[in-house]
Design a protein around this ligand. Structure first.
Ligand code: 8YV
Length: 331
């Protein structure tokens, strides 16, 4: 019997491509070319499965051009690049990579918070530019992490990881806001108190965003929310571009309406709002929160495992939908 055909849409670890070749007839993309939606559709026309990252949009138009496609395995926990309803209706399984990146991403959220509150990149740029000629009492004085109030918006696995780090590592008071409240046992485990969004914005010294991107979470933080925050507060976005109104944030940072921001994700990335590039009080990183070698390998292996398990008939390991039809006949 011939092997199922899969497309690996971006460059990934070569040994994991080799692993997939043992199970599938693979078309890969070792040059890491960014294909247009039409180029992606063309390559998926004869494929049974796809390995994607967060940057390939899987929607009804693409699915109509890929009649054999049965599964798309995303190498990311977030899957806002999937039109899940269109996939479900078309009988296409979607999978993501939860759990394997939780602690690494929570580490990074904390690192970005520390760098932002303590003005680390701003002060490094100053030093590298040769501007450090004398010490002064208020040079790059920032805000404290220990003992301060940490506000987390989005209390999934990564949010909980950040809460634990804050509460147990740094003695922070942790408040959170989420679509649904955690169980009392989980709240106790994270030492976190549920509050309304407005109270969180008003009382937190540091606000960390870890919500999935949906139409409802678009611009969770805009001009109105920034106005509710303390002028000494920091804002951290490790969730998705579009959760924050980047233009409004640049204005708030320039006008000192909040103290600083740390951003790993951007609206329309890899483009970054030009105003964010010119304000000093923002730490900018290129969507690297899950980027450690072991974690990126674990994510790629989990996406590969999903494809292998699905075509073996064992079912997907980490599904994000329940397709109406999983027949192997082309649509
Ligand atoms: C990915 C992420 O690296 O998992 C996610 O949702 O944002 C990152 O860990 C990125 O989406 C590329 O797939």
């Amino acid at each position: 019997m011939s092997k199922p055909r899969i497309l690996i849409a971006r460059a990934i670890f070569p040994d994991i491509v080799d692993r997939l070749r043992q199970h599938f007839d693979v078309q890969d993309n070792p040059e890491d070319v960014i294909w247009s939606p039409a180029e992606l559709a063309e390559r998926l026309a004869d494929k049974d499965g796809a390995f994607t990252t967060g940057s390939q949009r899987i929607d009804a138009t693409l699915l109509a051009a890929a009649p054999r496609l049965k599964i798309v395995a995303n190498m990311a926990v977030g899957y806002n690049n999937f039109d899940v309803d269109a996939m479900t209706a078309a009988g296409v399984q979607g999978t993501n990579t939860p759990d394997v990146l939780t602690e690494t991403t929570a580490d990074f959220g904390f690192a970005l918070l520390m760098a932002t509150a303590r003005r680390m990149t701003e002060s490094e740029h100053y030093l590298r530019a040769g501007n450090w000629t004398k010490w002064s009492y208020d040079m790059f004085a920032g805000s404290d992490i220990h003992g301060s109030t940490l506000g987390i918006i989005g209390m999934g696995r990564i949010g909980q990881g950040i809460a634990r780090r804050g509460a147990f590592g740094f003695g922070m008071k942790v408040v959170y806001h989420n679509r649904s409240r955690l169980s009392p046992a989980l709240e106790a485990e994270c030492k976190a108190t549920y509050v309304g969004k407005e109270e969180l914005l008003r009382t937190a010294d540091h606000v960390v965003l870890v919500v999935p991107y949906t139409a409802a979470s678009h611009h969770t933080i805009g001009a109105a929310e920034l106005a509710q925050m303390k002028p000494t507060a920091t804002l951290i976005n490790i969730a998705r571009g579009g959760i924050v109104d980047d233009a409004a944030l640049a204005v708030a940072l320039r006008e000192g309406r909040i103290a600083a921001a740390g951003l790993d994700v951007f609206e329309g990335e890899p483009r970054v709002h030009p105003d964010l590039l010119t304000v000093p009080n923002v730490v900018l990183t290129p969507h690297i929160a899950s980027a450690t070698v072991p974690t990126r390998r674990a994510m790629a292996n989990l996406a590969a495992d999903n494809l292998i398990a699905f075509f073996d008939g064992r079912g997907p390991l980490t599904p994000v939908n329940q397709p109406v039809s999983t027949t192997t006949a082309p649509r």
